[in-house]
Structure formats: structure tokens, C-alpha cells
Ligand binder design. Sequence first.
Ligand code: ZN
Length: 427
Amino acid sequence: MITSQLHPRDQLVATMQRIYRLRMTTTSGGNLSICEPDGRIWITPARVDKGALTPDDIVCVLPDGRHEGRHPPSSELPFHREIYRRRPDLRALVHAHPGALVAFSMCRQLPDTRLQSHVHQVCGRVAIAPYACPGTQALGDNIAATFATGADCVLLENHGVVVGGRDLQDAFQRFETLEFAAQTLNRAATLGKLNVLPPASLSVDTMPAYRELPAHPSTSREAELRQRLCAFVHRGYQQRLLISTAGAFSARLDGDEFLITPRRRDRLELELSGIVRVRGDACSAGQQPSRAAQLHAEIYRRHPGVGAIINAQPAHASAFCVTDTPLSTHTIPESYVVLNDVVKLPFLRIVEDAAEIASKLTLEKSPVALIANEGAVVIGRTLLEAFDRLEVLEATTEALLLARPLGPVVNMPPSAIDELRRVFSIA
Ligand SMILES: [Zn+2]
């Protein structure tokens, strides 16, 4: 289902459900709106359980101020209206109180979006608006004035965040990306000094041009791989291993031919037909593969045993990518057996430095690499093996972060590691 093709009422319900399921709002907090070209504003209602919203609950506010619907509009209507008045390019707004961004709003700090280039590109300029009482025109004026400076994401002091977009999907994706970045920054703050990308590395990423692959009949193997890829992408999204705007999954079909997730599509809305077939510098007609396709091609070419590859930026593992803190997998047997030793690489570009990244990975000794200010690259013989590695990587880094306030971590001794290598036939 493509949410952006639905009626505004249904878009608002689907998006609120998604935000609630992801625990980025509470039952009572948060509101969403869509502004139509004729000035009508569709908005979530006041005092209705956000976990059980239906399309009939949505309110339509007319340009003359009257409203249609069975509930009054959100008490935050004043700021929605004021932002649309001052920023006509914005057609949808997301307001909520997600934990990591609220932490920044309470400390009156801005999350630094230079931690990863995709965050910087998706979120645009981030600013903070002075505190005012909820529901008041004063709060509306403060937020709208901050949006008027060109910011697309505005934190509210001691309150939460408002994010705008050209449509609701755009606003949601920006909101989710900023909250996820804030979670990463929050975790990184417990590890050490944050490293950010210099301006040159934040500029628009290059995207290689692809020729069209000739049409061909689909095989049962291709159909099966498409289904598996889709299922793992959705599962990865639910498990918060990836978000709507970042993460690439691929699986090898045959030789140097593979299937990969498309460029710039909401990962949760991925459908079988959206998956792109790639061979060399050609891909299925009318589609664009993920930007990571060139890196995946290089890895498949260099490592014949690799059957699947994942690029992702889960929040705990990413905290280790934006600080210099070393990551040891000698913590529990599962971590060492599944991940072996994780390679930490300096910042490398997914497209331009594909060959260098590919050369650092091996199925036997180093199937997981963390690239500074980029994220994790994970390889496996099968999709399940690669996915499991990503999940264990995130669980391992989460446990390491949870252990920090408890005291120093005691690694397993070399004798225990040697025993694991013997018992589990690790090279
Ligand atoms: Zn609020």
C-alpha cells in the first residue's frame, strides 16, 4: 500500500498508527495535518486515543475557520495554520514528543545532523523555537517564525518537535530520520566524542547511471528471492534495524546478477515489483537501484561465496560508527561466533570507494564492517545469515551500551575465544 496515494484522512490515520506503533508518540500527544492547495487543512482531532484513530475521527478545517467532523480539531491547530501561512512550500506537518528528540528539547540542544550524510540531506536545516504554552497563538508564532527562517525541522523547547514536508510521507520520513539520528547521538554521547562529516562529505551523493537490462521471463528462483528480500526488509524495519529512508538489502541471483532494494523508496512500503534486478551497469527498465548497488556488485564479484549483502544504520551500532570507541565482539559466544571480529573503517564513500570497502570484507574472517559516519556493511552466504549478523551486531552493541553504566566489561579470555574457534570451525 502506498500511503501517499490515499485520501488525506486515511494518510493521517495510517501515519499516526505508524508513529504510535514505533513508540514515537503517546496516546495523548502529537498531531498531524495535511494542507490542500485550496487552503483546507485535514488534521487529527483533539482528545482522541492516538492508538485507535479511524478516518471518521479526522477533522477538516475550512479556510474561513469553520470545521467539519465529529470532533474538534487538535488544540495545536494555531501552529499548524501559522506554519502553512508562512511556509507555503510545506503541505504536511508532523508534531510529536518522541523520546530522543524530547531529550534534546529539554536540554535545549540541536541534534547534529552531520553524523551521516543521508540524515543531513533528508532533515535539512534543524532549528529550535522558544517555549510557549501548548495551544496558544504565542506558541504558533514562535514555531512559525522559526520555520520562516528556512528550517524544515523545528524542536520546541521543553516540548517536542514539528517537522514539515512537501507531503505527509516526506514529513514523516524526515521526522523518523531525525528521531533515529537523535537516538544514535544519544547513544554515542555515552561512548565518547562525536565525529561529524566535513562539509565536502555532506554534499549530494553521486548516483551512477544504469543502462536498461533486456526484458526476460522471471524464474521461480527470482520470484522466491524477491519474496524473501521483501520479507527481510519489512522485518528489518519492524526490528528498527533500518528506517524508511536508509538501508539497502540485496541477494545474488546468479553469477554477477543480483536483486536489490530501490533507491529512495520507503522501506516499509517496499513491494515485490519495486525490487530492482542489476547486472553490471544495467538494471531492470524504469527502475533505479539503491545507491549501494555498485558496492554490492563489487562484493559479489570479489567474493563468489557471498549470497546476500546488507547496508544499514541501526542506532546502537551507528553509535560506534560516529565515535572512535573500539567495538569488541569478545563479549558473549553468540557475538563472536556470528560476527567474528568486526572491522572498523574510516569514512569511505559507498559509490566512489566501493572497491576499497569490498576488499576489507571476507566471509571467513570479517563479514561485518563499520564505516565511520556511514554505517554497517554485512555479508552472508544467505539472506538469513546476513540478516542474523545485522541483528546480532545491533544486539551486541546495545548490550555494550547497556553495560557502560554498570562498570567495566570483562571480555572472554583468549582461551575461550580459541575454544569457540575450534568448536565452531571459525577460520
Ligand atoms: Zn505537543
